[in-house]
Design a protein around this ligand. Structure first.
Ligand code: G4P
Length: 529
């Protein structure tokens, strides 16, 4: 194996998706604990400290006490390099979360054992499904009473339409939670409770066939475990690696992040089952990670993460080849060559300079104004990655500039924020460049925009909200488009790339038009349009 192939084989790049409060921050912290990235995982109750240790970059984020931006964390475990794309849990920032999933090769879906699948999980799951990436399900909070594990499996199937293949099976829940049974090794992993889960959990391993099992875990739980396992062996979904790789079934794990129960075992199994960095579609064919030329794409632009620097960082996912500091690469969109100086790896608020990076890694590039969302960066013959999505906004409004002398700054601010993907701009068709309609996926994003326009561009604005709640990119034959009866509560506009979009006030109205126009395609995600 070449050096490049060895490094590729070592890497796993993934994101955790969940509804707020399912325990994503806690699980992230515990993964880092096992990865040796932090010595002592702070108790989740120490929220203030924890926040500082993660992604408290923007002033607004501090004021709001929620995580707006995504963090990329890299840690090693068992000889593997794990790139964890941390995504904001708050539902108002879901577009950023969606885009981050484009850089991931697999996802861990975290579910609260008492709540089952929740709304935000459904949306994020849909994006993973669309990409066909493997999804690993971790049922969390087993130290609290929850739904029966078989009911949780049924819930996944009913709500998300995915069958699960249990890798772990829980032994009790709440006060009675004793650990998990690993079906692959036929062993029980029993845990001692650790104060606040601050240290790695000590584990006791017992075989299912151990004659003293009834004494160890009690005869009731032992019998229930044997019955459940028998049922799963007969009626359950086999753990088929090919179907997992295609995202057709989800391997199922149980544990408790706050007490560390099951976290390390999960990490080991995840490394075994999760894909190494995958190929990506480009114009002219797939780009394989083992190709020698360095290539990557920008999936996120983050402004002013550090108020002392006032810069913009473009986050690039390496797709192929070996990245080296100071290398000269091409941006095929602008046809400009760029020296990639000061590349950064980000951990918490610390920035560490990266000398080399491999497929699956994420690096932060600070070249001001050079990169836009979706840009390819490459050496050798120019290529262009495809499939970078934009998601249909759900909130719309027009921003008014309060002081006419600030018009230029206002325009520049809006344009730059749209290049960063903070907002999407729509214009009236054939009306010239009038005031754009702004579209965002989460409405708090409007506050972010207004806040940033003041703090970075000195522009005060007021927002007029528009009544639309849905948008679709529409494609199809001209004559079919002409025949559409649009009716009330719709507005036809074009996006910044000149694509036709319709805004709808009500879901009902939108569905009605979709049903009546079968020759047209109504897209909630714009891919390479
Ligand atoms: P999030 O990032 O997904 O929003 O969730 P976060 O980790 O902040 O966890 C949300 C709440 O759930 C926290 O409690 C946390 O302690 C709790 N939690 C996470 N994992 C587990 C678990 O495995 N078992 C139990 N019992 N609780 C868990 P909180 O009350 O909101 O905060 P705090 O008072 O504990 O700080």
């Amino acid at each position: 194996m070449s050096d490049l192939e060895t490094e590729i084989a070592r890497r796993r790049t993934f994101a955790i998706i969940s509804h707020p409060d399912a325990g994503k921050t806690t699980l992230t912290e515990k993964l880092l604990l096992y990865g040796g990235a932090i010595q002592l995982a702070g108790s989740v109750t120490a929220k203030k400290n924890r926040r500082q240790a993660t992604s408290d970059w923007m002033e607004l984020e501090k004021q709001r006490g929620i995580s707006i931006t995504s963090t990329v964390l890299q840690f090693e475990y068992d000889g593997c390099v794990l790139n964890l794309l941390d995504t904001p849990g708050h539902q108002d920032f879901s577009e950023d979360t969606y885009r981050t999933l484009v850089a991931a090769d697999s996802a861990v879906m975290l579910i609260d054992n008492a709540r089952g699948v929740e709304p935000q999980t459904i949306k994020l799951f849909a994006v993973c499904r669309q990409r066909g990436i493997p999804i690993f399900t971790f049922i969390n909070k087993m130290d609290r009473p929850g739904l029966d594990p078989l009911d949780l499996m049924a819930n996944l199937e009913e709500v998300l339409g995915i069958r699960s293949a249990p890798v772990f099976w829980p032994i009790g829940d709440g006060d009675q939670f004793q650990g998990v049974y690993d079906r692959q090794s036929s062993q029980l992993h029993l845990y001692d409770r650790v104060q606040h889960g601050a240290n790695k959990a000590p584990v006791r391993i017992v075989d299912l066939s151990d004659p003293t099992l009834d004494e160890i875990i009690g005869s009731g739980p032992a019998q229930k475990l044997r019955d459940d396992i028998e049922l799963l062996d007969v009626a359950g979904e086999p753990l088929d690696p090919e179907r997992i790789a295609k995202g057709e079934i989800t391997p199922l794990f149980f544990g408790s992040a706050v007490t560390n129960f099951g976290v390390e075992r999960f990490l080991k199994r995840f490394i075994d089952l999760a894909p190494t960095p995958t190929s990506r579609p480009a114009q002219g064919g797939e780009i394989e990670p083992s190709e020698p030329e360095f290539r990557g794409f920008v999936f996120k632009i983050q402004a002013n993460m550090d108020p002392n620097h006032r810069d913009r960082v473009a986050f690039l996912r390496v797709v192929s080849g070996r990245f080296e500091r100071d290398m000269v690469a091409l941006n095929p969109r602008s046809k400009k060559s760029v020296r990639l100086t000061r590349p950064q790896k980000l951990f918490a608020s610390d920035r560490e300079t990266v000398d080399v990076a491999y497929p699956g890694d994420i690096i932060g590039l600070t070249n001001p104004g050079v990169f836009q969302l979706g840009d390819t960066v490459c050496t050798g013959a120019p290529v262009q990655f495809r499939g970078f999505p934009r998601f249909a906004p759900e909130h719309f409004g027009v921003l008014r500039n309060r002081k006419s002398e600030k018009y230029k700054q206002f325009q520049k601010g809006i344009e730059q924020l749209s290049e960063e993907g903070v907002v999407q701009l729509f214009h009236e068709i054939n009306a010239g460049r009038t005031e754009p309609i702004l579209g965002v996926v989460g409405q708090l994003q409007f506050e972010v925009i207004q806040f940033r326009l003041i703090s970075e561009y000195g522009v005060e604005t007021s927002l007029d909200r528009l009544p639309y709640g849905h948008a679709r990119w529409i494609q199809g034959p001209e004559d079919a488009l002409r025949e559409v009866y649009w009716g009330m509560g719709t507005r036809r506009v074009e996006d910044s790339f000149g694509n036709f979009v319709c805004l709808f006030e009500s879901q009902w109205g939108m569905n009605h038009i979709i049903e009546n126009n079968p020759k047209l395609r109504f897209l909630s995600t714009a891919l390479d349009l």
